[in-house]
Design a protein around this ligand. Sequence first.
Ligand SMILES: Nc1ncnc2c1ncn2[C@@H]1O[C@H](COP(=O)(O)OP(=O)(O)O)[C@@H](O)[C@H]1O
Ligand SMILES: [Mg+2]
Length: 152
Amino acid sequence: MKKIVNNAEETINFGSKLATSLQAGDVVLLDGELGAGKTTLTKGIAEGLEINKNVKSPTFTLVREYLDGRIPLYHMDMYRLEFSDPFEVGIDEYIGGDGISVIEWSEFILDLLPDQYLKIEINKISDNSRSIELTATGAHYEDIVKEVSKNE
Ligand SMILES: Nc1ncnc2c1ncn2[C@@H]1O[C@H](COP(=O)(O)OP(=O)(O)O)[C@@H](O)[C@H]1O
Ligand SMILES: [Mg+2]
């Protein structure tokens, strides 16, 4: 499914609604250039999980844990992976574990990705408009996309 949003708040709202269809162990890959809105969408997912802490980009830490919501959220950003070892940070243990993993720049850890996941591609249309496209790999994620489409 594909959705057009016209400002950051709509991206956050979309993430928040999406979160209600996610469960522990789910893996969400966020693709899109710098400034596309990957972290902004993650803020929405956190909001939907009733996480109160402000989501900040994990660019320099690779991962930030948010444990105060309905389900743990592990927000990862592999953009600066070249400076750290993903195994040292435990990236492989977060993925598919007891929380929801949201991964920016997952193309840098292809070897660590599971067979099935939800991919979200965000593309800039203009300063404030974005297209958000969801692609499921695996039956579980196809169900999620169906549910999200139904709620749109
Ligand atoms: N529709 C939109 N969706 C998401 N972000 C938007 C949108 N319109 C403008 N923005 C702005 O674009 C920037 C996106 O930044 P960020 O979410 O950190 O991107 P990324 O994580 O993809 O690098 C933010 O400054 C945000 O306010
Ligand atoms: Mg980001």
